[in-house]
Structures are given as structure tokens and as C-alpha cells.
Design a protein around this ligand. Structure first.
Ligand SMILES: *Cc1c(COP(=O)(O)O)cnc(C)c1O
Length: 360
């Protein structure tokens, strides 16, 4: 047996001994480990989604709109910047979007570059699509300068360059000049993963404003975080219409169910209500940063709905001690550091109380 799978199973050699992605889903009181929005959907939105889903149930004998045009129009309208349905593509979570991008722009013989630590799924999706992966590095304090981007892009000439802003797990936004350096030097596609864009602080730009004039730029977004729609599975990208056309080559026909399309459109029609929790979450995030610093810990200002904090001689022991107190945070595998999601005030209280007990 390797990695839990029996030797007789003729899997590709690259999977031998590997483990699947597995953020623990544990039934504890305070779950702050996957950056979900802690607030359940408000009644008004829940009822609208129920109604929208009910309206398509009797037509489930038919395939859904393969191109999800109405949903893409709604997403373009939400993004603004003069974008239209032709600039937008949607799939079952932005992870599927990333997979489709690597299927069409990566693959065997091609290379993707990312700057570690960043979203752990980028290298996993590269592996799943047979794309080579280069673990690029950051500077002190996990920063990423324009020079570091330029040097590593020149060295590796990636077919796909991954940037993540605000970055998971550091919570920090990409410096605008680092993005401009990437766009000026990258020979292939530049993918900016903006899963947490709605949580960014005032003055932090989105890469969407750079789409005109940068045809190989792709910005990915998701409804999983700010929109409190992680269970609905809806991610999307904004790009040049040629990129959207290219992705159609690899998407499975009818990949986005009629139920998903209807539910997501109903949620988007109530975007303002759904996003009304964002400010409250940002308040808890800033409170967490301030309180952690007051405890003598290190935490960078965050543009996301989570905070990376440290440093601990043994972060695994702290993770376990918090779990023993019913608080689940994330050990992202960086020695000395842990990541906590900003949720509601009671969850922040529970986290801070538990952490104070745990710290020497
Ligand atoms: C959570 C997250 C995603 C979202 O994935 P979905 O498949 O849309 O749920 C994408 N990128 C990053 C960096 C994330 O943290």
C-alpha cells in the first residue's frame, strides 16, 4: 500500500504515495479553517434562491444552458468595468476555472510558476493537468517585489504565471508594481487569483482594471468567500473574449447544472444583501490582527477574511491545543505559522480566549 491505495490499482506513477487535498472538516463549535463566510444566508436571499431553484426543477429533464449566458451577463454586471458576458466564464468553483485554464494553457511539456506560500491548490491542479510546476520564492516576511517577479519569470519562462491577491495564506495584496512587472515580462498567461477581492482594504486595486491592454491577463473570482456561497460552487473568470473562447475547448459539456445557474443568479440579484456581512468580517479581521500583536505575536495587515499569525516553536502543538478548546484553525504547513479565518464576533472571542489559554 502507498498513500492508502493498494499496489494492484494501476494508477499513474505520479499519484503513488500522494494524499488528496484535505482541510479537516471537523464537527467542532468554532470552525475558522477554510475562510468560509460564517454568516448563513439571510432569509430574503434564501427564499429567493428557493424560488429560483423551484422554477427550474420541472425542466431538469433538459440539459442546462451550456454557455450559462444569463449567469455570465449577471457576473459581468456585478464586476462592472464595462465587462460583458463575452469577457466572463463560470464553473463549479474557481478551482474548476483554474483547472480549465491549465488544461488549455498548461499541460504536458508546459510549466506553471507560483510564489510560495500561495494557494496550495495551484500546484495540485498543475499536477492534475500534467503541467510542470515551479515553486517560486518570496522575500522576507513573504513579500513579493517586482524584482523577484522579473527574475523568476526570466529564469523559468512559465507558460502560466500564478499570482494570488489578496494572497492565501498571507492575507496580503500584491504590490501593483509586482503585477505590472509580471504583465511586462511573462511570456504566457498571467492568472491573478482574486478569491478574496471583496475583502480588500480601500485603496487596494483589483487586476480587473488592467484587463484592457493586457490580453493574456486572467482574473479569477469566486462566490465561495464574500458571497457566502461556498456550498453553491460558483467560480468565474474575467478576461479577453479570446480566453473565454479557448476555455470552451476543454470545458465538459453542460458542466454547470441548471440548479447551480439558477441559484447563483438569484444570489447575485441580492449581491448587496449578501455582501453586507463583508464590513463586519473586515472589522473582526482587523480586531484579530490588533489583538494578536498585543499578545506579542506577528501578523501582517490583511486584505482578506483571514490572518496568518506566528511565530510558534511548534505550530502543530498550538493548532492541536486550540482544537482541544473547540477552535479549528488552519495549519497551512509553514513552520511557525497558523492561519485563522475572520468570522463573527463570538467566533473571534472564542479564538482569542482559547489562544490566550494556550500561549505560555
Ligand atoms: C478559497 C479559494 C478559492 C476558491 O475556490 P472555490 O473553488 O471557488 O471554492 C480560490 N482561490 C483561492 C486563493 C482560495 O483561497
Amino acid at each position: 500500500m502507498t498513500g492508502g491505495l493498494p499496489d494492484w490499482l494501476p494508477i499513474r506513477e505520479q499519484w503513488r504515495g500522494r494524499s488528496p487535498y484535505g482541510a479537516p472538516q471537523l464537527p467542532v463549535a468554532v470552525r475558522l479553517n477554510t475562510n468560509e463566510n460564517s454568516y448563513p444566508l439571510p432569509d430574503e436571499v434564501a427564499l429567493a434562491i428557493e424560488k429560483a431553484v423551484a422554477a427550474v426543477v420541472r425542466d431538469l429533464n433538459r440539459y442546462p444552458d451550456r454557455d450559462a449566458v444569463a449567469l455570465r451577463e449577471d457576473l459581468a454586471g456585478y464586476l462592472g468595468y464595462g465587462l460583458a458576458a463575452g469577457n466572463v466564464w463560470a464553473a463549479n468553483g474557481s478551482n474548476e476555472i483554474l483547472q480549465q485554464l491549465l488544461q488549455v494553457f498548461g499541460g504536458p511539456g508546459r510549466v506553471a510558476l507560483g510564489f510560495t506560500p500561495a494557494y496550495s491548490m495551484h500546484p495540485l491542479i498543475a499536477a492534475g493537468t500534467g503541467t510542470g510546476w515551479v515553486d517560486g520564492h518570496r522575500g522576507a516576511g513573504f513579500t513579493l517585489s517586482a524584482d523577484l517577479v522579473r527574475e523568476q519569470v526570466a529564469q523559468h519562462r512559465p507558460d502560466v504565471l500564478f499570482l494570488c491577491s489578496p494572497n492565501n495564506p498571507t492575507g496580503t495584496a500584491l504590490e501593483p508594481d509586482a503585477l505590472l512587472a509580471a504583465l511586462a515580462t511573462a511570456p504566457g498567461m498571467v492568472v491573478v487569483d482574486e478569491a478574496y477581492a471583496e475583502f480588500r482594504r480601500p485603496g487596494t486595486p483589483t487586476a480587473i482594471g488592467l484587463l484592457p491592454g493586457h490580453r493574456r491577463l486572467v482574473v479569477t473570482r469566486t462566490m465561495s468567500k464574500a458571497f457566502a456561497f461556498a456550498g453553491g460552487r460558483l467560480g468565474y473568470l474575467a478576461a479577453d473574449p479570446a480566453v473565454v473562447d479557448a476555455v470552451q475547448l476543454v470545458r465538459l459539456p453542460y458542466h454547470l447544472s441548471a440548479l447551480t445557474q439558477a441559484a447563483a443568479r438569484a444570489a447575485l440579484a441580492h449581491a448587496a444583501t449578501l455582501l453586507s456581512t463583508v464590513d463586519a468580517i473586515k472589522e473582526q479581521r482587523d480586531r484579530i490582527v490588533a489583538e494578536l500583536r498585543a499578545m506579542g505575536l506577528t501578523a501582517a495587515d490583511s486584505d482578506a477574511n483571514f490572518v496568518l499569525f506566528g511565530q510558534f516553536p511548534d505550530q502543530r502543538a498550538v493548532w492541536q491545543a486550540l482544537l482541544d478548546r473547540q477552535v479549528l484553525v488552519r495549519d497551512v504547513g509553514i513552520p511557525g505559522w497558523l492561519r485563522v479565518t475572520a468570522g463573527n464576533p463570538a467566533e473571534t472571542d472564542a479564538f482569542l480566549t482559547a489562544l490566550r489559554e494556550v500561549l505560555p
